[in-house]
Write a protein that binds this ligand. Structure first.
Ligand SMILES: NC(=O)c1ccc[n+]([C@@H]2O[C@H](COP(=O)([O-])OP(=O)(O)OC[C@H]3O[C@@H](n4cnc5c(N)ncnc54)[C@H](O)[C@@H]3O)[C@@H](O)[C@H]2O)c1
Ligand SMILES: [Zn+2]
Ligand SMILES: [Zn+2]
Length: 429
C-alpha cells in the first residue's frame, strides 16, 4: 500500500510499504477513505517530538471501511466488515481503571512503550496512532490501510447519509475543541478567549458557543483564520499589531483583552497553540533562543499569556500539545489569581457518539474548516503548505485512493503570514 512516512525533520514521503495485518484478535483493518493532517503532525514534521524513527507512518485523523476483523472483535462489539467508521486518534483498551472512568487518553494498557513516558512524566498516557515511539510506535492513518487495535472500543460506525467530510473530524479536532471548551466549565454568558485560530481553535469557538459562552475572542495573526473565527461568531485580535485605545494610547494584547472584558479579563483562556508558538515579543525570542540551544523542548509563550490574561478565579484550558519542562511559567499568577488549569490529550472515545448526534441533527457541520482536499500523493507538499500557512491553508483532507480531488476548496485572502523570526542556527542542526 501507499503510506506517508516520516523521513526526518521537514522530510515526509509517500512510499510503498507492506499492508498492515491483524496482529491481535481484537484488531480490525480499515481501508482509509479520508484522512487529515493535524497541527500535531507539524510538531513531528518539525522534529520537536522525541522518539520518532525514520520510516514511521504518520496520521491520526482517519476514517474508512472495515475490511477485516480479528476473531475477538465481533464478540465484543457490533462492528462488522463493510461498516464505515471514524477512528479516534487515541488507542484505548476500554477496560482499565482510566478507560472505565472515560479518561481514554490516559489508558493504562494501550502503550507498549509505556516505560519511556513513565521516566519523563511519572506515568504513561495512552498509545496514539502515528505519533512517535513514546506513544507506542503505532503506524498512522495517512495511508491506504490502517490496523486498528482495540477495534471494539475506538471506531464509531457512521450512518450512510453522512459524507466523510462532515464526520471525519470526530477522530480528533472536533472532540479536542469540544473538550477544550468543556474544560472551561463555561457559565451562561461567559467570555472565552482562544489563542490559535487553527482547526482546534475553530472547533473550540463553535463548541464554546454551543456550551453557553456569551462571547468568544480569538487571537492569532493569520488573517484568514481570524476571518473564519469571525464567521463562527467570534471577535478577533491580531496579536501582531498593537491598537490605539480610546485615549490614543498604544494597547497591546493584554490591554485589548482587558478593555474588551470591562477590565477583568476573560473568564477562561484556551491555549490552542501549544509548544511551537510564533511571534516576536520578548518571551518568544527567549523561547526561540533556548530551544535553538537545545536547552528547552517547548516555546510556551502562549501558555504564559493565557495565565497572565485570565480573570481571577478563571480557568486556563490547554489542548495545545506540550512535551517537556516548561520555562518561566508564571505560577505565582496561577496561585494568586486562584486559577484552574486543565490540559491533556482528548478523551476522544467519550465524545464521538454525542458529537456525531450533534452533526446528524444539523447543529454543526465541522467540514467548514476544510480548505484543501488532495490526493495522498500530494501529502508532502500539503505538509509544507499547511506548515507555512500558505495558500489560505487551514485544514487539509487527503484521499488515499484518489488521484483527482477538489484541490483548494475555500478561497481566503492570505493577507498576513506569520511574522516569525528564524530560529538561531543551532535549531537547524
Ligand atoms: N489535546 C489534544 O488532544 C490535541 C489534539 C489535536 C491537536 N492538538 C494541538 O492543538 C494545537 C493546535 O492544533 P491545530 O491543528 O489547530 O494547529 P495549527 O498549527 O493549524 O494552528 C495553530 C494556530 O496558532 C497560531 N499561533 C501561533 N503562535 C501564536 C501566538 N503566539 N498567539 C496566538 N496564536 C498563535 C497559528 O498562527 C495557528 O493559526 C497544536 O499544538 C496541536 O498539537 C492537541
Ligand atoms: Zn491531532
Ligand atoms: Zn484502558
Amino acid at each position: 500500500m501507499k503510506a506517508l512516512r516520516w523521513n526526518g525533520k521537514h522530510r515526509v514521503d509517500v512510499e510503498e510499504v507492506p499492508d498492515p495485518k491483524i496482529e491481535h484478535p481484537s484488531d480490525a483493518i480499515i481501508k482509509v477513505t479520508s484522512t487529515a493532517i493535524c497541527g500535531s503532525d507539524l510538531h513531528l514534521y518539525d522534529g520537536v517530538v522525541p522518539t520518532m524513527e525514520y520510516g514511521d507512518i504518520l496520521g491520526h485523523e482517519p476514517m474508512g471501511e472495515v475490511i477485516e476483523i480479528g476473531s475477538e472483535v465481533s464478540n465484543l462489539s457490533n462492528l462488522k466488515i463493510g461498516d464505515r467508521v471514524v477512528v479516534p486518534f487515541v488507542i484505548a483498551c476500554g477496560h482499565c481503571l482510566f478507560c472505565k472512568s472515560s479518561k481514554f487518553s490516559l489508558c493504562d494498557d494501550s502503550n507498549p512503550n509505556a516505560e519511556l513516558p513513565e521516566k519523563l512524566y511519572g506515568a504513561s498516557p495512552a498509545g496514539l496512532f502515528g505519533f512517535s515511539h513514546m506513544y507506542g510506535g503505532f503506524a498512522g492513518g495517512q495511508a491506504q490501510y490502517l490496523r486498528v487495535p482495540f477495534a471494539d472500543v475506538g471506531p464509531i460506525v457512521i450512518p450512510e447519509h453522512l459524507p466523510d467530510e462532515k464526520v471525519l473530524f470526530l477522530s480528533d479536532i472536533f472532540p479536542t475543541g469540544w473538550m477544550a471548551a468543556e474544560n472551561c466549565d463555561i457559565q451562561p454568558g461567559d467570555i472565552v478567549a482562544i489563542w490559535g485560530g487553527g482547526p482546534v481553535g475553530q472547533m473550540a469557538v463553535r463548541s464554546a458557543f454551543i456550551l453557553g459562552a456569551g462571547r468568544v475572542i480569538v487571537i492569532d495573526n493569520i488573517e484568514e483564520r481570524l476571518e473564519m473565527a469571525r464567521k463562527g461568531g467570534a471577535e478577533t485580535i491580531n496579536f501582531q499589531y498593537d491598537k490605539e485605545d480610546a485615549e490614543g494610547h498604544e494597547a497591546n494584547l493584554f490591554d485589548q483583552l482587558k478593555s474588551m472584558t470591562e477590565g477583568h479579563g476573560p473568564h477562561s483562556c484556551i491555549d490552542a497553540v501549544g509548544m511551537e508558538a510564533h511571534g516576536t515579543d520578548p518571551g518568544m525570542i527567549y523561547d526561540w533562543i533556548k530551544m535553538g540551544l537545545r536547552m528547552a523542548t517547548d516555546r510556551p509563550n502562549v501558555l504564559r499569556q493565557c495565565i497572565q490574561a485570565c480573570r481571577k478565579g478563571g480557568t486556563v484550558s490547554v489542548p495545545g500539545v506540550y512535551a517537556g519542562f516548561l520555562d518561566k511559567i508564571p505560577f505565582g499568577a496561577v496561585f494568586n489569581k486562584g486559577l484552574t488549569l486543565k490540559a491533556g490529550q482528548t478523551h476522544v472515545q467519550k465524545y464521538t457518539q454525542p458529537l456525531l448526534e450533534l452533526i446528524d441533527s444539523g447543529k454543526i457541520d465541522p467540514s467548514f474548516v476544510i480548505t484543501h482536499m488532495l490526493p495522498l500523493d500530494s501529502a508532502p507538499a500539503a505538509y509544507e503548505t499547511f506548515k507555512q500557512k500558505e495558500d489560505g491553508c487551514i485544514k487539509v483532507v487527503l484521499k488515499p485512493w484518489e488521484t483527482q480531488t477538489a484541490g483548494k476548496i475555500q478561497d481566503f485572502e492570505n493577507v498576513h503570514k506569520p511574522d516569525t523570526p528564524s530560529p538561531p542556527s543551532a535549531a537547524n542542526a
